[in-house]
Design a protein around this ligand. Structure first.
Ligand SMILES: C[S@@+](CC[C@H](N)C(=O)[O-])C[C@H]1O[C@@H](n2cnc3c(N)ncnc32)[C@H](O)[C@@H]1O
Length: 305
C-alpha cells in the first residue's frame, strides 16, 4: 500500500536516510531486537501486599514465595524477568478503575454524549473518558491544527478532540454509519465546534485515498484510528502518508481486551491486530509507545517519510 502512494517531498538538500544509520540514531538499543516478556514470568500479588522494598532477587522465587490473590483482584502485577528484574506494574481492578474515572476531567457535554450513547447498541465502542482526555492532551501538546479521525461512532472521541482544537483547527471525521453521525453532529452543534469538524460520511479508506489524491499528503498533525480492525494496516499506511513528519497517529484497541496476548485466540480480528502490532513494532518510519489505557493504544510519531 505505502509504495503505491505519493511520498512527502524531502526538504531541500535532504535525502532519505538509510534504515541502519537511522535506527542507530533513534535508538541506541535497536527496537528491532525488542523481545516480549515471557507469559510464564508473570504472577499476581495479593492485594494485601504493601508497596515497599521487594525481597532480594537472590534465591527468590516470586511465584512460590509471595502471596497470590486467589480471586485475581490484586491491583499489583509482578513481572519476573531476567532483563527487567522484578518489575511491579499496576493493573486495573474495578475499585482502581472507579478511582481513575473519578480523577478524569470530563466536560459536561462529553458526559451527556457518553450517557446518551450508553443506551445505544455498540456503546462499548466509544473510547473511555480517560482515553479521550489523553487524546485531547496529545492534541494540545502537539499544538495540532489539522487532525483526522477514522471511526467516529456517535462522536465521543472526536468531540473531545474538537473541543481542544483552536478556532483555526480542523478535524476530518470519517464514519460510514449515517445514523451515528447524526448524533455526533448534534453534539458538535451543541458544543459550538461544528465549524471545526469536517464530517465525511462513507468508507474511510475511500475518504483517506481521496485526501491523498487531493494533495493533502504531509499536512496533518494528528490522527486517531478507531475503525474496522481488519483494515488497520490499510488505514495506517494512508494516515502515515497524510501526517507530517513529527505528526502523531494514535491507534485504538491494540490490546483487544487482552486477546492479542492469548496464543489460544486466533479469530480473524485478533490475528489481524496482533499482526498489525508486530508490524508497527518493526516499522522504522515511526517511533512508538504502546499504552494500556482503555482497550490499549499505540502512539506512533512519524519520524521520516
Ligand atoms: C470503535 S467505533 C469508534 C468509536 C469512537 N471513536 C468513539 O470514541 O465514540 C468504530 C466506528 O468505525 C466505523 N467504521 C467501521 N468501518 C468503517 C469504514 N470502513 N469506514 C468508516 N467508518 C467505519 C463504525 O461504523 C463505528 O462507528
Amino acid at each position: 500500500m505505502a509504495g503505491s502512494l505519493r511520498s512527502c517531498s524531502p526538504s531541500p538538500g535532504s535525502t532519505r536516510p538509510s534504515l541502519r544509520p537511522l535506527l542507530r540514531l533513534v535508538s541506541p538499543r535497536s527496537f528491532l531486537s525488542a523481545r516480549p516478556l515471557s507469559p510464564s514470568s508473570v504472577s499476581y500479588l495479593g492485594s494485601h501486599v504493601q508497596f515497599g522494598r521487594l525481597p532480594s532477587r537472590r534465591g527468590f522465587s516470586a511465584v512460590a514465595s509471595v502471596p497470590v490473590s486467589a480471586d485475581g483482584t490484586s491491583p499489583v502485577l509482578i513481572v519476573e524477568d531476567d532483563k527487567y528484574a522484578r518489575k511491579r506494574v499496576i493493573r486495573l481492578t474495578p475499585a482502581l478503575y472507579s478511582y481513575l474515572m473519578a480523577n478524569v476531567r470530563e466536560q459536561p457535554i462529553l458526559r451527556e454524549l457518553r450517557e446518551e450513547t450508553a443506551t445505544m447498541h455498540g456503546s462499548q465502542m466509544q473510547v473511555s473518558p480517560d482515553e479521550a482526555q489523553l487524546l485531547s492532551m496529545l492534541v494540545q501538546i502537539l499544538g495540532a491544527q489539522q487532525c483526522i479521525e477514522v471511526g467516529v461512532y456517535t462522536g465521543y472521541s472526536s468531540l473531545a478532540i474538537a473541543l481542544i482544537l483552536p478556532e483555526s483547527g480542523r478535524l476530518v471525521a470519517c464514519e460510514k454509519d449515517a445514523r451515528c453521525l447524526e448524533i455526533a453532529k448534534k453534539y458538535y452543534e451543541r458544543a459550538g465546534v461544528s465549524h471545526k469538524v469536517d464530517v465525511r460520511h462513507g468508507d474511510a479508506a475511500d475518504t483517506l485515498r481521496a485526501m491523498i489524491q487531493n494533495g493533502e499528503s504531509c499536512s496533518y498533525d494528528f490522527a486517531f484510528l478507531d475503525a474496522n480492525k481488519r483494515a488497520y494496516d490499510q488505514y495506517f499506511e494512508m494516515l502515515l502518508e497524510l501526517v507530517k513528519v513529527g505528526g502523531v497517529i494514535v491507534i485504538d484497541n491494540v490490546l483487544w481486551q487482552g486477546r492479542v496476548a492469548d496464543p489460544l485466540v486466533d479469530d480473524p480480528k485478533t490475528v489481524s491486530i496482533r499482526d498489525f502490532n508486530s508490524k508497527i513494532l518493526r516499522d522504522s518510519r515511526v517511533n512508538i509507545s504502546m499504552v494500556p489505557i482503555g482497550d490499549g493504544i499505540t502512539m506512533c510519531r512519524k519520524i521520516w517519510s
